[in-house]
Design a protein around this ligand. Structure first.
Ligand SMILES: Nc1ncnc2c1ncn2[C@@H]1O[C@H](COP(=O)(O)OP(=O)(O)O)[C@@H](O)[C@H]1O
Ligand SMILES: [Mg+2]
Length: 250
């Protein structure tokens, strides 16, 4: 029995744990620090106190959540207050990735079931890094993310943090990310080496442009040194800044 339990918990562990925050190798941490600096230049503070940044990609598995966590970690490490809001309400993964207790989250907040205080995890991984996880899977994610309550919640968080990061769902599969992008000041698009198809990326960028999202740049996830050049190629082709290679596995 004890052995089974051990095996099950091993199976449940997300392999990305070793690519997160303090466990990142030097190259990965440097890439995220560069990304942090680029983001601060790419988005000027507007009438809100905080910069609100969305992280999305074309399909699942490209590394949006990993990127969002590492961005948040790097920003908190740099001394700013950051809150990461898990907006992938259909396929939440933050709880396993950063070992959070199972609590209510964004969906419950938006449905008016819980207060912000009850759902906010404070000082996760490092001081000044707070998290709102997705919460119970709702029947109507697009509706919730397009609601006035969502916009109000983000405005409210923007009052209390320097940076609000939205871990968005993929653009290619459902409309949730496009709907949620409306509350952001800028969007980072994650592209993963040997994974993202350029036709899917074309589609994603067209969709984001149609809703007037401000695409700040790309994160090239899983880049080898050969692929870093490839990453610049993407930036050139699509005429966007190339944010940084990440989670390097040289
Ligand atoms: N650079 C990387 N190196 C190794 N594994 C990665 C890397 N990026 C993502 N992964 C793996 O891919 C899975 C999907 O990543 P995730 O951040 O959850 O993607 P998304 O949020 O885009 O669906 C993670 O569980 C992780 O194990
Ligand atoms: Mg995700």
């Amino acid at each position: 029995m004890a052995n089974n339990k051990k095996n099950n918990s091993k199976r449940a562990a997300d392999t990305s744990m070793s690519y997160i925050g303090p466990k990142l190798k030097f190259e990965g941490r440097e890439a995220y620090n560069l990304l942090r600096t680029n983001l601060m230049f790419a988005i000027k503070r507007n009438d809100r106190n905080a910069r609100v940044i969305g992280v999305t990609s074309s399909i699942h598995g490209e590394g949006k959540s990993l990127t969002a966590i590492n961005m948040a970690y790097s920003i908190a490490e740099g001394g700013q207050r950051v809150v990461l809001v898990e907006c992938d309400l259909r396929l939440p993964t933050l709880r396993k990735k950063i070992n959070l207790p199972k609590t209510t989250g964004l969906s419950n907040l938006l449905a008016g079931i819980n207060s912000e205080n009850a759902t906010l995890h404070k000082d996760v991984l490092i001081k000044n890094f707070d998290v709102v996880q997705a919460g119970d899977i709702p029947p109507n994610p697009s509706e919730l993310l397009g609601s006035k309550q969502f916009a109000l919640l983000i405005d409210n968080l923007a009052e209390n943090y320097d940076v609000v990061i939205l871990d968005l769902p993929p653009v290619g599969e459902v409309s949730d990310a496009l709907v949620a992008s409306k509350v952001t000041d800028g969007i980072v698009v994650v592209v993963r080496q040997d994974y993202t198809q350029s036709s899917d990326l074309d589609y994603t960028l067209r969709q984001l442009q149609l809703v007037n999202a401000k695409i700040i740049g790309f994160v090239y996830n899983g880049a080898s040194s050969r692929a870093k050049k490839y990453g610049y190629g993407y930036g050139k082709k699509y005429k966007y800044g190339y944010a940084a290679a990440s989670n390097s596995k040289k």
